[in-house]
Design a protein around this ligand. Structure first.
Ligand code: BES
Ligand code: MN
Ligand code: ZN
Length: 496
């Protein structure tokens, strides 16, 4: 875990991180060291000699005078006020480049508490490494920054201290999401996911923090009629689970109550519709939605936010075996709808359908949000860094999109065109689990919509691309699990 401190005194760390931007006119560089005065003349000379550009994701380390090292992190185009996401990414890129150091002071242009929070989040999120499975080579790994000091003249302001604490919690629970995603399916099964979540809840204070966990095992799921979760899990020796975390705010009346539902496929082989070997390893990330909703709920509790949350994670391993669901099998979902499983690789919607119905048994919900690595079509439509939002309530969606813009998570609205719905009709059951191939992300959304009561505001977040970074690290985003959706889910409880 990374600790965030605030300071307005002299820099005590060996490493100082400052910003570098570029004046658009002549391409000249501007050192942006926030509230810290720096002698810039010779530094600018050196940066010029090194060919620095100040572009985003550029990190340049030079020997310092008052600190051992000065690290310049790119802010892009010079501005009077920098966008918080620019600061978040710049802090993250620097933190990643500083693995191997134990601490650093960040002095970046931040004018208010939100900007300081963004710097804290970026620096702490960039200080992430997954090394649980490094054995003999662990010693070669550079350990991430442990202590981050943000230099600011606002260091003594109580609200600013609170923001630093919030940034720390956000980073800590984003790390939990990333760890769960990065943990290989040999070590992360539906059962061990539940243990990990129970442990995390205990560590967060459990009942004292207003948190409660309950888990349904396979025989309970079977006897209570969770046909979607059991059908997807029946091909695996690692049986399915349904975990529920509930958070009830302590000593305050909650203003709102939301249900979160996250797709928790601990590994998706495609089942009998077996996926090609090339790239299948990325399907260990198919539980990203489940990890995000669970960790977000714990973070919301630790932030003591006055919003009640019921989080549900249907967990299963989608495997190939003689007990796996066959194409053409008909299953009965929780709540009674029958589904013809034409493609066992469209399994996410099956586990989610059950959990969405269960989640709506709760009285007094103000909204329900599902989070899922649901379709390859999402990645085709929006790429690997932008997630999709589908909804039955434009107001809820636009509120969410505003919050996402604020947290720096890229989400984009997508439609649920009614004319695609008929493609899900089945000649033998209430519905088939696949429909028209074109617009596959929207068809999946329409499938889920069938499990939502019309008058409950609902958001479906398809995070298939952004959940797992198979490319280069960038900003505060490492390779592997990213933790996407957590920040906006928390923001919903924080600012709604
Ligand atoms: N988990 C996959 C979706 C996915 C693809 C997530 C790529 C992340 C990256 C999902 O279960 C799946 O296999 N979806 C199918 C649905 C199809 C059979 C209708 C897909 O998108 O191909
Ligand atoms: Mn699948
Ligand atoms: Zn899947």
């Amino acid at each position: 875990m990374t600790t965030i401190r605030l300071s307005d005194g002299i820099v005590k760390d060996d490493v100082l991180v400052v910003g570098l931007s570029q004046k658009s006119s002549r391409g000249s560089l501007v050192i942006e060291s926030g509230d810290l005065a720096l002698e810039t003349k010779s530094l600018l000379q050196t940066l010029g000699d090194l060919g620095a550009t100040g572009k985003a994701d550029e990190v340049i380390k030079v020997p310092g005078t008052s600190t051992r090292l000065i690290v310049f992190t790119g802010l892009g185009k010079n501005a009077t006020t920098y966008d918080n996401e620019v600061l978040r990414r710049a802090a993250g890129a620097a933190a990643r480049a500083l693995a191997g150091n134990s601490s650093a002071t960040f002095s970046l242009p931040a004018k208010n508490k939100e900007a300081i929070r963004a710097i804290g989040e970026g620096a702490a999120l960039g200080s992430y490494a997954f090394s649980s499975f490094k054995g003999s080579t662990k010693g070669d790994q550079k350990t991430p920054l442990k202590t981050i000091t943000i230099h600011t003249s606002l260091a003594a302001v109580a609200e600013v201290k609170q923001e630093a604490k919030s940034a720390e919690i956000i980073a800590q629970y984003t790390s939990l999401v990333r760890d769960l995603i990065n943990t290989p399916p040999s070590h992360l099964t539906p059962e061990s996911f539940c243990s990990a979540i129970s442990d995390a809840v205990k560590k967060a204070g459990g009942a004292a923090a207003g948190l409660k966990v309950s888990v349904m095992n396979e025989s309970q799921l079977k006897s209570k009629g969770y046909g979607g979760i059991t059908a997807v899990g029946q091909g695996s020796v690692n049986p399915p689970r349904l975990v529920n975390i509930s958070y009830t705010p302590k000593n305050v009346k909650s203003s709102k109550k939301y249900a979160f539902v996250g797709k928790g496929i601990t590994f998706d082989t495609g089942g009998l519709a077996l996926k090609p070997a090339l790239g299948m390893e990325a399907m260990k990330s198919d539980m990203s939605g489940a990890a995000a909703v669970c960790a977000a709920t714990i973070a919301i509790a630790l932030l003591k936010l006055p919003v009640a949350i019921e989080a549900w994670a249907p967990l299963a391993e989608n495997m190939v075996s003689d007990t796996a669901t066959r194409p053409s099998d008909v299953i009965t979902m929780y709540g009674g709808k029958t589904i013809e499983v034409l493609n066992p690789d469209a399994e996410g919607r099956l586990v989610l359908g059950d959990a969405l119905v269960k989640a709506q048994e709760e009285d007094g919900l103000d909204g329900i949000i599902d989070v899922a690595t649901l379709t390859g079509a999402q990645v085709v439509a929006l790429g690997t860094r932008t997630s999709a939002v589908m909804t039955n309530n434009e107001e809820f969606s636009s509120q969410f999109l505003k919050l996402a813009a604020r947290t720096g998570e890229a989400f984009w609205p997508m439609p649920l065109p009614i004319e695609l719905r008929a493609s899900l009709d089945s000649p033998v059951a209430d519905m088939a689990n696949i429909g028209e191939r074109m617009g596959g992300m929207l068809v999946a959304g329409l499938f889920l919509k069938e499990f939502i009561s019309d008058d409950l505001p609902w958001l479906h977040l398809d995070i298939a691309g952004p959940a797992y970074n198979e490319g280069q690290p960038h900003g505060y985003t490492p390779v592997g699990g990213t933790g996407i959706a957590l920040r906006t889910l928390v923001a919903l409880a924080e600012f709604a």
